[in-house]
Design a protein around this ligand. Structure first.
Ligand SMILES: Nc1ncnc2c1ncn2[C@@H]1O[C@H](COP(=O)(O)OP(=O)(O)OP(=O)(O)O)[C@@H](O)[C@H]1O
Length: 430
């Protein structure tokens, strides 16, 4: 069957698990040979449809229990769907949950060869790859110890090293990288880039939303076993965040309610800006952000800030209910959606006050702009706690673009304000 550029095709896929309330019921079920049902059915995946193209990197996100691992296992071929169809075009290397894929009694070396043979590679082919696998895993003499003696980090290192060195067309990774240390993670992400450049397909399940935005071409949001959304990672991640706070409304423009301070009506700071048409505006609106603006050192409204100069982000919040100790927040993201910098009054340990219905407050975040020259999206938020639970009153995500000007072209996102000294050593002549 021709794939027409498709790596994975999923059609009307559903998976039901049989839930036995009592362990003995499982035995009864076997004995009854289907005459009676001793289990409940639980639908972990419901009518899932999507195509993944060759060369795409896809992030899969969703709450715990939303069906991510079940979906990956079905794609990897280690679990059968209850109904529907799945076609996978190419060889799959899967790094699923810890504990799967390796025999704990075998050494690392033996497991490398075992995995290779499962994936259809001969011993000679694995011999050629072994040194690279060992180099990437970098677990030293543990390679010849039984895997059961490994730490979870070592386990992931070896499993990842195998997965990326078996010439798979499709790489599936379930959260596994989170266990490795940060340097290993960086090494893995670098490897992803190589993989992408080779036109290979990557499926990544992660709770690290920044990585999903940074590395994926598209993201899939699963919710209660259903495919909630598939699309641009930044949008899917933002919608997922909304879903996490159980708020589903999405308005296309800011609804600026009349505030109690008459002086600003018709003269709002925020009319100075072109708003991002893709911004997100959500929250319970028990408190609303009624205006916002960025001010330079002369207290002039601006959307251009010079690097290393001070600027103030101001926003007004009106309380539509009595609220104690709200949390005010700002975040800067780059245009890919990666959070670059941000803070809030909780992190900064600032007492924000108690408010009655109708009160209005002006919040001012003043900082030295240490971001490198470039374009950034500003997000604002007003949240709080209801008991233990974080509640969102109003968030304006990615509402405006702030351009940072800099004559200095250095690398990365922030200016470390490095001081460089060159100490010359005189040659000693005898
Ligand atoms: N073998 C099983 N038998 C019965 N129910 C199962 C089984 N495996 C998973 N489930 C249930 O199916 C649902 C989906 O599980 P799955 O592990 O796919 O979710 P997930 O999104 O990967 O979750 P997490 O983020 O916690 O890893 C959950 O409610 C889970 O309890």
């Amino acid at each position: 069957m021709s794939s027409n550029g498709i790596a994975i095709k999923v059609e009307n896929l559903s998976k039901q698990y049989q839930i036995y309330d009592n362990p003995i019921d499982r035995l009864k079920q076997t004995i009854s040979r289907g005459r009676r049902k001793y289990y409940r059915e639980f639908e972990a995946l419901k009518d899932i449809n999507f195509d993944i193209l060759k060369g795409e990197t896809i992030g899969i996100i969703g709450r715990n229990g939303s069906g991510k691992s079940t979906l990956l296992q079905i794609i990897a071929g280690t679990l059968m769907p209850t109904s529907g169809e799945i076609n996978v075009y190419g060889r799959v290397a899967a790094l699923l949950e810890l504990g799967s894929g390796f025999n704990p009694e075998f050494t690392g070396r033996e497991n490398v060869y075992l995995n290779g043979s499962i994936l259809g590679l001969s011993k000679t082919e694995m011999d050629k790859r072994f040194d690279e696998i060992a180099r990437f895993a970098d677990i030293g003499s543990f390679m010849d110890q039984p895997v059961k003696t490994y730490s979870s980090g070592m386990y992931v290192r070896l499993a990842f090293a195998v997965s990326i060195n078996v010439d798979a067309d499709i790489l599936i990774i379930d959260e596994a990288l989170a266990v490795g240390d940060v340097f290993f993670q960086a090494k893995c992400y670098k490897k992803f880039e190589e993989y992408k450049q080779q036109g290979k397909t990557i499926l990544l399940v992660s709770h690290d939303l920044s990585s999903i935005i940074k590395y994926c071409d598209r993201a899939i949001l699963l919710h209660e076993g259903r495919l909630n959304e598939i699309g641009r990672p930044r949008e899917v991640v933002d919608n997922y965040k909304k879903l996490l706070v159980n708020l589903h409304e999405h308005t296309d423009a800011i609804e600026v309610s009349d505030t109690s301070s008459e002086e600003h009506i018709g003269n709002r700071w925020n009319t100075f800006y072109q708003w991002n048409p893709e911004h997100l505006d959500y929250g319970s609106k028990l408190a609303t952000i009624t205006d916002f603006g960025v001010f330079d050192e002369s207290n002039e409204l601006t959307s251009n800030v010079e690097r290393n100069h001070f600027c103030s982000i101001k926003f007004k919040v009106k309380f539509n209910e009595a609220i104690s100790s709200p949390i005010f927040a700002i975040t800067f993201k780059d245009l890919k959606g990666t959070e670059i910098a941000g803070t809030n009054t909780l992190i900064e340990d600032i007492y924000t006050g108690d408010y009655e219905i109708g009160n209005e407050v002006e919040v001012i975040f003043t900082q030295k702009m240490n971001l490198q020259g470039g374009n950034y999206l500003l997000s604002l938020g007003c949240t709080g706690f209801s008991g233990e639970e974080l509640v969102v009153y109003h968030r304006l995500y990615d509402i405006i673009n702030i351009q940072v000007f800099s004559s200095k072209l250095s690398v990365g996102y922030v200016d470390l304000e490095t001081k460089i000294n060159i100490l010359s050593k005189q040659k000693v002549t005898v």
